[in-house]
Design a protein around this ligand. Sequence first.
Ligand code: DX5
Ligand code: ZN
Length: 235
Amino acid sequence: MTDGHQVLVSASILNADFSRLDRVVHKMERAGADRLHLDVMDGHFVDNITFGPDVVAAFRRLTDMPLDVHLMISQPARYMDRFIEADPQTITFHVETDEGDARKDEAIAAIHAAGKGAGLAVSPDTPVSAVDPWLSELDIIMIMSVYPGWGGQGFIPETAPKIAEARARLAAAGRGGLVHVDGGVNSKTADVVGAQGIDVCIVGSALFTRGRDASDEVDLVKARALEAYAAAGVR
Ligand code: DX5
Ligand code: ZN
């Protein structure tokens, strides 16, 4: 019995074949992924560079799936209007960026003014309490279960309890926000995050494993997370 709790899968396309984005998107649609997770990296906040608002807009043209933008950039407020214009459903940036609190306020206000969901991500060494100043405005708390920058890394088990912490905070804030977990999440680690009450599992490289059907992985992640949720009696 799971009291109606749902676990969604947001597919991260970071490790996909960028030369065929249309095929990648349709593969994720067929696999039953609920959302697409788009990792934006600037080579400064993290030691990797991916893509910008134009590619987010390209995904918008390719699919009606909800798009979750994950900004791993040092100046999210500076570029926020351009990402909003690309029309994703949600935009999440890191609480660790060195843009001041006032700029973070502005960024979240701009996201909401455009009718979109706003989130803050916390890296493995950052306590969940770092998002407290913005709690009443958050639609997403994203728990990083790897150090941001690359797909295909191993899940850091010490980050799992932060999911329950984030869940309790969002419940207390009463805004109906969801907890996302990102990094090393797959059918082998889904039970760990499920037992903490995760809402959205971001799954990347596990969906692009040669010779493996992505829909099997999506189904397994959901089933194992829900089983663990029920077994743990999460409230
Ligand atoms: C890492 C990214 C993740 C990553 C997830 O910095 O934020 O979204 O692509 O991929 P896997 O599931 O392979 O860890
Ligand atoms: Zn991500």
